[in-house]
Each structure stands twice: as C-alpha cells, then as structure tokens.
Design a protein around this ligand. Structure first.
Ligand code: IMP
Ligand code: MG
Length: 188
C-alpha cells in the first residue's frame, strides 16, 4: 500500500486537531438546538447520518468528541463505480433512515466534489421534514460543482486532486491509511 502513495496532503495530527474543532462547533450547535426543546422531549432528537463507506473513519473519530446523546443512521451510496474517477451519478444502496421528522439531522460525508451525493441525499432527507438538516464534510474540492451546496462544517479545502486515506478510497483500497494522501500515477 505505502509504495502506491505519492505525498501526504494532510497528516494525522492535523486531521485530529481539525476533527476536534468540528466536534466543538457541532456540539455547540446541538446544545443550542436542544435548549429550544422541553427537557423531557430531547431524547432521540439528534441523528447523525454518515454516508458509507468513505465517512466511516472520520465519523468514528468525530462522534467520540461529541458529548451529546445521539444516534446514528447509516446510508450507503456509490458514486464512483469501479475504477473510474469520473462521477457517474449517485446510486443509493438500501434505504435512508426513517422517522427523521422533527429531528436535528447532520449528514456526513468524506468529501464534497461535484455535490451530487449530498444534493440527492439532502433532498430525500428534507422530504421527511426534519427540524433541521446540516451538512458536514471532511474535505471539499474547489468549485467544479454546478450544485450550490454550503456545508455547515468543512474540515479542509483541498486542491482538485484525487486523494485517499482516512476513509477515502481508490477502487475500494487505501481507506485504512491514516493520513490523507495522493496516489502515484502508476497506481491509478
Ligand atoms: P460528489 O457526489 O461528486 O460530491 O462525490 C462525492 C463522493 O465521491 C465522495 O463520497 C467520495 O466517495 C467520492 N470522491 C470524490 N473525490 C474523491 C477523492 O479525491 N478521493 C476519493 N473519493 C472521492
Ligand atoms: Mg465514497
């Protein structure tokens, strides 16, 4: 694995520090949301929806910095089928969590690229009339997107390069590499 990687774009310490900052911002927002609900109705109101599979490492780290009672509802999509790096649209795999009505929902993905994934999922979630919907991404690539999405939480803005590690894959591999890195051209 290591010899396929070209250069580290964001190292593990930088990632960890930023994840902690995002968690603080998110906690503050949840605390505000919950303060508006009567104390006996707060339970179950916070739902995080990680987009599988790319967000798993990020979410695993993030939720351990959130000292709030919350639940997870997973959603699986595939947007880069096979080896292709070109987005070919979004294929939902399975169903969205149900019963999001009246909940404070945060949709979490590894990277915002064309924006299609989060656009499709947000629309479906909004149909369930949550109390709020926020978007959180670890990485954001610069404005290739025609879709206008403004995530509430962004870890890092990165150049338009294909990256792997910390959950992000190329053809299913490299998700376990603990830093965010670019791939050598020979590995693609
Ligand atoms: P979007 O729908 O075009 O915004 O694409 C988002 C999805 O594409 C992410 O969930 C990733 O799975 C994948 N993706 C986009 N850019 C990269 C990258 O540089 N490395 C790995 N996966 C990527
Ligand atoms: Mg992905």
């Amino acid at each position: 694995m290591l010899r396929d990687l070209e250069r580290i774009l964001i190292d593990r310490h930088t990632i960890a520090a930023r994840v902690d900052e995002i968690a603080r911002a998110m906690s503050a927002d949840f605390t505000r949301d919950l303060a508006e609900i009567p104390a006996d109705e707060r339970e179950g109101k916070i739902v995080l929806i990680p987009v599988l599979t790319g967000s798993i490492v990020f979410v695993a780290d993030l939720i351990r910095h959130l000292p709030i009672k919350l639940s997870l509802g997973l959603v699986a999509v595939s947007s880069y089928p096979g080896k292709s790096m070109e987005s070919k649209g979004v294929a939902m795999r399975g169903e969205l969590p149900k019963n999001l009505t009246g909940k404070h929902v945060v949709l979490i993905d590894d990277i915002l690229d064309s924006g299609q994934t989060l656009d499709v999922l947000s629309k479906l979630i909004l149909e369930q009339k949550p109390a709020s919907l926020r978007l959180c991404v670890l990485l954001r690539k610069p404005g290739k997107s025609s879709i206008n999405l403004n995530p509430d939480y962004v870890g890092f803005d990165i150049p338009d390069e294909f990256v792997v590690g910390y959950g992000l894959d190329y053809d299913g591999f490299y998700r376990n590499y603990p830093e965010i890195a670019t791939l050598r051209p020979e590995a693609r």
